[in-house]
Design a protein around this ligand. Sequence first.
Ligand code: DX5
Ligand code: ZN
Length: 220
Amino acid sequence: MKKILAPSILSADFKTLGEQIIETEKGGAQYIHFDIMDGMFVPSISFGMPVLSSIRNLTGQTIDAHLMVTEPVRLMEEFVECGADILTIHYEACTDIKADIDCIHSLGVKAGLSIKPETPVEALEPYLEQADMFLVMCVVPGFGGQTFLPGSIEKIQKLRAMLRERGMEKDIEVDGGIHHSNVTKVLDAGANIIVAGSAIYKGDVRDNTERFMEILRNYD
Ligand code: DX5
Ligand code: ZN
């Protein structure tokens, strides 16, 4: 499967956000991971519509919006209007997941479904057909710079097996605590979309991106 790098701008320096995003595109990253937090589903608040609108046409990268918000259905239409190409919602945040995924599809974008570390991967089973992508959180959502939780590996492996058993080749995204040093482990487990925040945006953004892309391109 195609391996994709999704740098999370949560760890960017917002003084020069645009320039830094361009560096990730030049380095080969295909996605921009856009973390939206509401101060309820997660304790913190990040950024929202105006920032998304500002960056939407900056590069040709796919905008991958990760909605860490309660009842995301309230906000979906507006985030798509602002430029999101993928909307990922949380299993734990929705009253009616099937209706919410239908809503995302009706807006003409891809639907991702995410689980927090404490949620078993089997919770995704009823949605394997309907969703386009599955996001396994490898840290407790809410903040960048946390340590990768090792139990995530088994969840990724199980999810890849569940998809294979059904003959489905769908994207598995992983998010939280991923660095150059451990990315191969999540690829081995079956993930193919890699979110990285601090590992990209702390230090030389272009060089960090290129080093990730080299690992992804040489994998297999
Ligand atoms: C955390 C966010 C992540 C975060 C990852 O809740 O969903 O996308 O930016 O940051 P790192 O890669 O630093 O763990
Ligand atoms: Zn995220």
